[in-house]
Design a protein around this ligand. Structure first.
Ligand SMILES: [Zn+2]
Length: 687
């Protein structure tokens, strides 16, 4: 269950785009064949569009030229500063993986695993030669299902292999006792990005479902089914998934912690879903003994239970076959990977070309062996010095947030003191984990891409399930170190800054303080503020879901966040689609709070001194440019649409304009007139 708040979202790894139907068919620039250098990811005044006034549209002023000069490469659905860094990282990993994939008797066990995983993925000839053989065991097992009673064992088998059917099992901290891991059963089993994709009635949504259905049909045809039969099968799959989705919560409802926390005993779960043999399922998944679990969406389980009998066994089996071939598409012969790309990257996200094989294999290796690849990455890129500098920055920003809370005009002392206690309890994790994940039990076999991928899923599933009943491991990281992102985890009350983000343009040792405070400083402020956004504030200093607010302060908080909801709801994401102010509330609060404390920290650091302007820009102006700079991005319309419907982050343009227009400090730095577009009359302020 996703509870971690990140700085930015990595969209579906098999990114796609909206087809020619909506986008004019201009040729995309070719896929890049050389990595961006550190020099060209730095801020430069050449990025500025000086034809635009900063007080009219700060984002276009700051990013206009960059946007013109950086069209989306053909193998991407968006291109921004995050992607530039990501791409640089991929070239570094490519180098590591190419070296380790060369057969060599002196490789360490870690090098053998990552090298052979990558090498097998690159061996397209072996994958073609295997054809559909690797799928046979799965398909035969599904064919052997003869009665409803056989489902729990089959679902357990598929879940262990990472196939997303029926519901989502897992483990996670108990919201009310966040020091312990408990078992979880949540909604799942849907192939489209989000619940509401099954029900929207507008033309674009109807069309997308048609294209999804056509894709499912093609995958069945590739499995060898006749077109007419495959069309019928696709219809059944859509019907099953739509029925499952009807009991699910959408992304906005899932933002409220109470909506996804329902602790119950095994007997209560059995009463909720009596037609599924849960005991058999738990035995087969080898989850350690437990008494109670979090059934995050009870209505989903109740609805699913009804479907077990109302959907025919034949339809269930068809649905399982689809999800098996879908889950394995990228390690099957080219025609499967290509068809998967057609829908999930091209149609859904607007990507024009498949990324080159090496990029797909770097991502797959990093996905399945992230902390093994990450160890090598950190050796190459990140020194102790980086960790120290970042820690210093975190401490400075934290001190400012402390002062900010102390001087808040709208909060009473009691709540303030509790907020300060919570802030003091936040722990920092920087660069890479203290303890690396142990992959000893994950066997990587050279020449067996399919098997490696499947064994990775089995390894990961077992690793997740083994946590049930254990204390929470606060040393575990949510993503590998090369990741260009950062996060706050409300259930652990900690922040994480992987090595991937601790580099230009976020942190640049050659840049001035103003630029760095606007970049990594505001990111640190953003993550700390997540502890106090609409979700984070509901968890206490130990990570427990526990209301520590005086009711009057909570009311005032809601009044202030309503201002933010209304502000961002007024922004247009793409075409007729507005930004969803409720979905993006937590991130917008974090952006606004983060910018404010980072700005205060800069003023502290400057200590009244007024550094000489650089490139004609004052320190104050460069601070705001530092922030805008990291959000320069181009996106396909398809991705803008997908993000507006699923991503809790606002588009880059509004992460910049939405924030600066709430800050009198911005108005002052750029001498904006009171009626300028970047000066909001009813400016919002929470933190
Ligand atoms: Zn965030």
């Amino acid at each position: 269950m996703q509870t971690i708040r990140t700085l930015t979202l990595v969209l579906l790894s098999a990114g796609t785009c909206l087809a020619q139907a909506t986008a004019p068919s201009t040729a995309a620039p070719p896929t890049k064949t050389t990595p961006p250098t550190q020099k060209n990811v730095r801020f430069s005044p050449d990025m500025l569009d000086k034809a635009v006034q900063p007080c009219d549209d700060f984002y276009t002023y700051a990013c206009g030229r960059w946007k013109e000069q950086n069209p989306i490469p053909a193998d991407r659905s968006s291109w921004g500063r995050f992607n530039e860094l990501g791409e640089r990282g991929e070239y570094i990993l490519k180098d590591i993986l190419e070296k380790t994939s060369a057969a060599n008797a002196h490789r360490t066990p870690i090098e053998q695993k990552i090298g052979d995983y990558y090498g097998s993925c690159m061996d397209e000839a072996a994958i073609e030669a295997q054809s559909l053989k690797p799928l046979q065991e799965d398909l035969e097992s599904i064919a052997r299902v003869k009665a409803l009673e056989d489902l729990p064992a089959e679902v357990a088998r598929l879940h262990r292999e990472g196939v997303n059917v029926l519901f989502a099992p897992g483990s996670g901290p108990d919201y009310k006792d966040a020091s312990r891991m408990i078992a979880q059963v949540g909604q799942g089993g849907m192939g489209l990005p989000e619940r509401d994709y099954y029900f929207r009635k507008d033309e674009k949504s109807e069309d997308l479902r048609k294209q999804y259905s056509a894709h499912v049909q093609k995958m069945f045809e590739l499995l060898g089914d006749a077109p007419e039969k495959a069309a019928e099968e696709a219809k059944s799959v859509l019907a099953v998934e739509t029925s499952l989705a009807s009991g699910a919560l959408n992304v906005v409802k899932r933002r409220t912690p109470e909506n996804i926390y329902h602790k119950m005993t095994r007997a209560e779960l059995a009463a909720l879903g009596p037609d599924f043999a849960w005991e058999k399922y738990f035995t087969d998944t080898e989850v350690p003994a437990f008494n109670s679990l979090n059934v995050s969406e009870p209505d989903f389980v109740k609805n699913m239970n009804g479907l077990l009998k109302s959907v025919s066994l034949a339809d269930w089996k068809t649905y399982f076959r689809w999800h098996v071939v879908h889950a394995d598409a990228t390690v099957l012969p080219k025609k499967f990977a290509d068809e998967n790309f057609e829908f999930f990257s091209k149609t859904l996200q607007g990507t024009k070309e498949q990324p080159p094989r090496w990029k797909r294999c770097v991502r797959a290796t990093n996905g399945d062996l992230g902390e093994a690849v990450g160890q090598k990455y950190v050796e190459v890129t990140f020194g102790a010095e980086g960790k120290e500098r970042t820690l210093k920055m975190v401490n400075t920003i934290e001190a400012e947030l402390r002062d900010d809370i102390k001087t808040l005009p709208w909060m009473t002392e009691v709540t303030k003191n509790r907020a300060l206690e919570k802030l003091a309890a936040i722990t920092n994790r920087i660069g890479y984990p203290d303890k690396w994940r142990d992959y000893t039990k994950f066997k990587v076999v050279r020449g067996d891409a399919f098997g490696n991928s499947q064994r990775a899923n089995v390894f990961e599933f077992a690793r997740e399930m083994r946590k049930v009943g254990q204390p929470v491991d606060k040393g575990e990281w949510p993503y590998p170190p090369p990741t260009v992102n950062a996060s706050y985890n409300p259930l652990q009350n900690n922040i994480t800054f992987p090595a991937g983000i601790l580099q230009p343009p976020f942190y640049d040792k050659l840049a001035d303080d103003a630029m760095n405070f606007g970049g990594i400083g505001a990111v640190v402020g953003h993550e700390l503020t997540h502890g106090f956004d609409d979700q984070g504030r509901q968890f206490d200093l130990d990570g427990n879901l526990n209301d520590w607010w005086k009711p009057a302060d909570a009311e005032e908080f809601k009044k202030r966040t309503k201002c933010v909801v209304d502000e961002y709801s007024g922004f247009t994401a793409v075409d007729d689609l507005k930004v969803n102010g409720e979905l993006t509330l937590g991130e917008n609060v974090a952006d606004n709070g983060g910018m404010r404390v980072a700005y205060m920290a800069l003023l502290q650091t400057l200590a009244g001194k007024d550094p000489a302007p650089i490139d004609g820009l004052t320190a104050q102006q460069r601070f705001f440019l530092g922030w805008a700079n990291v959000w320069c991005q181009n996106r396909t319309d398809a991705v803008s649409r997908l993000a507006a419907q699923t991503d809790p982050h606002s588009p880059g343009k509004f992460r910049v304009n939405g924030t600066v227009s709430n800050m009198p400090e911005f108005q002052e730095a750029f001498h904006c007139k009171a009626d300028a577009p970047m000066v909001r009359k009813d400016a919002c302020r929470v933190w």
